[in-house]
Design a protein around this ligand. Structure first.
Ligand SMILES: NC(=O)C1=CN([C@@H]2O[C@H](COP(=O)(O)OP(=O)(O)OC[C@H]3O[C@@H](n4cnc5c(N)ncnc54)[C@H](OP(=O)(O)O)[C@@H]3O)[C@@H](O)[C@H]2O)C=CC1
Ligand SMILES: O=C1O[C@H](COP(=O)(O)O)[C@@H](O)[C@H](O)[C@H]1O
Length: 510
């Protein structure tokens, strides 16, 4: 087990949704699992006027997000956990003197022996990130002479390439890049990490992982819910910024990358940057027109229940042109992937929640045997990221009886079959990594910028291009039909089952 130093976590924006919904439950799980160091405390900091006790009530004792977890442990255990939480009122503004905050941090550090090791977690609107970093630096709270200092930054990392560069430059003025941890919670998902293991720990996949054997790659990220209460934020962002630029391009980079020379953070991240830099940037209007689709969900009725259209959602402009569906076809210009199309889509209000990577292999050069369904004759590797996490390979088997007819059957593995193992929540895993100084699963500045470099021209075209369409799709269907046109010559997007285990398998009747 890796060593975790005694330390303090200072959360900026501690009165917000993310703190209560994700961060505190993750810390609680680490506490219950005995993964926290002996001396560990959390200091929440925001403008809201709260005492330590009120903060504890809000994020622990009366938090709806901890209710179920708390119910499983004793009252003393909850009290013990709760007593490690403190709160500092920042006053009117985050861009203010941190005199008082510095004093509080030093007092708590002295009292609880956290060794001046501090993680600052920025969970505020991103416009405040640089000011917070500066104000910490002004109080020497970034100084690593005694104890380390780390800065965890929440997405979005910029709104465009230009703003991402400005943000990186701003943060790097006050903290070294090695101190900055840009969190992308998809990298904390066990199955996303398993992409690396599938590729580089099995000799049966890697030899086939290239243009000679792979026909195309399809990645689907679908959510069954709409924007809910986050309309205000989402309307300024859209599917491409919210999911594609970060989470999905991170997944793409793991599919595309070359084998790293070791599992050291920078060896892995160097390869991911190379992968992102090899995505063919689309600048030509016609190319953008042919290869990108955007759409918005419109009102519909699902199982007898009326569902709002995007433009009717709270906080959304009734004339909004923000996409809730994005599908992109692109190529990767390097030795391994030349001419292999990648199809990636992400959307809200789909029939089910699912994220998966599907590798479609080429058909055998010479078709000896008759396949019952010609369109599905290819071998497929399905890597299910969520839910029903697992891996499934479609292989050809003989249809019993006379002659040589081929059907597809499944070879599969599900994480749920590992009864003894508990899969860590993404935030829990990522927080623990940062506590231990492991940045492998955090995005580096150049990764983020390379991803924006690819996404910027698409956003620019969608905003300013000629004849850019915004399709509509009824909430609860698999997006606009036109999206199938992207996959010309191949068929259509796969419609994944809610559970990988329900993937249709060939049933041999004896
Ligand atoms: N919630 C989520 O699931 C996810 C959130 N994120 C990111 O995490 C960060 C925090 O998100 P979330 O907790 O949802 O946001 P909230 O709006 O719920 O909380 C943000 C906190 O920041 C403080 N704040 C300071 N100045 C402002 C301001 N001008 N407007 C609004 N709040 C302000 C507020 O505390 P106070 O007023 O007390 O100072 C507030 O509690 C954001 O950058 C978001 O993009 C990323 C992924 C998922
Ligand atoms: O970052 C985000 O992710 C969630 C989806 O996360 P998941 O782990 O539930 O797949 C998405 O709903 C949200 O819009 C986005 O900001």
């Amino acid at each position: 087990m890796r060593k975790t130093d005694n330390q303090m976590l200072v959360i900026f924006g501690a009165s917000g949704d993310l703190t209560a919904r994700k961060l505190v439950p993750a810390i609680f799980d680490l506490f219950i699992a005995g993964q926290l160091p002996e001396n560990y405390i959390v200091l929440g900091a925001s403008r809201s006027n709260l005492t330590d006790g009120e903060f504890r009530k809000r994020v622990i004792e009366e938090s709806p997000f901890l209710k179920k977890k708390i119910a499983k442990v004793s009252e003393e255990k909850v009290k013990e956990f709760s007593n490690t939480f403190f709160y500092e009122d920042l006053g009117e503004d985050y861009d203010t003197s941190y005199d008082r905050l510095q004093k509080r941090i030093l007092d708590l550090d002295n009292k609880f022996g956290t060794g001046e090791n501090i993680i600052y977690y920025l969970s505020t609107p991103p416009t405040l990130y640089e000011a917070i970093a500066k104000n910490l630096a002004d109080q020497d709270l970034n100084n690593q002479t005694n104890g380390w200092k780390r800065l965890i930054v929440e997405k979005p990392f910029g709104y465009s390439l230009e703003t991402a560069k400005e943000l990186n430059k701003g943060l790097q003025t006050y903290f070294a890049e090695s101190q900055i941890y840009r969190i992308d919670h998809y990298l904390g998902k066990e199955t996303v990490q398993n992409l690396l293991i599938t590729r580089f720990s099995n000799s049966i996949f890697e030899p086939l992982w290239n243009r000679n054997y792979i026909h195309h790659v399809e990645i689907t990220n679908a959510e069954s819910v709409g924007v809910g209460k986050r309309g205000g934020y989402y309307d300024k962002s859209g599917a491409l910024r919210d999911m594609f630029q970060n989470h999905l391009l991170q997944i793409v980079s793991l599919v595309v990358m070359e084998p790293p020379i070791s599992d050291k953070p920078d060896d892995i991240r160097n390869e991911k940057v190379k992968a992102l830099k090899s995505l063919r940037i689309m600048r030509d209007e016609q190319v953008l027109y042919d290869n990108t689709i955007r759409a918005q969900y419109i009102a519909s009725t699902i199982n007898g229940k009326k569902v709002k259209g995007y433009r009717e959602e709270e906080g959304v402009d009734p004339n909004s042109t923000t996409e809730t569906y994005a599908a992109i076809k692109f190529f990767v210009d390097n030795w391994r992937w030349q001419d292999v199309p990648f199809y990636v889509r992400t959307a809200k209000c789909m029939p089910t929640k699912v994220t998966e990577v599907v590798i479609y292999f080429k058909s055998p050069h010479h078709q000896l045997f008759q396949s019952s369904d010609m369109s599905s004759k290819a071998n497929k590797l399905i890597i299910r990221i969520q839910p029903d996490e697992g891996i499934l390979v479609k292989i050809g088997v003989k249809v019993p009886g006379q002659g040589f007819k081929v059907e597809r059957a499944n070879m599969d593995f599900y994480y749920s079959s590992l009864e003894e193992t508990t899969v860590m929540d993404a935030y829990e895993r990522l927080l623990l990594d940062a506590m231990q100084g492991d940045a492998t699963l955090y995005a580096r500045a150049d990764e983020v910028e390379a991803a924006w470099e690819f996404v910027d021209p698409i956003l620019d075209y969608w905003k300013n291009g000629k004849d850019v369409r915004m399709y509509g799709y009824s909430a609860g269907v698999w997006g606009p039909q036109n999206a199938d046109n992207l996959i010309e010559g191949i068929g259509m997007w796969r419609n994944p089952e809610a559970k990988l285990a329900d993937e249709p398998d060939f049933c041999v009747l004896v």
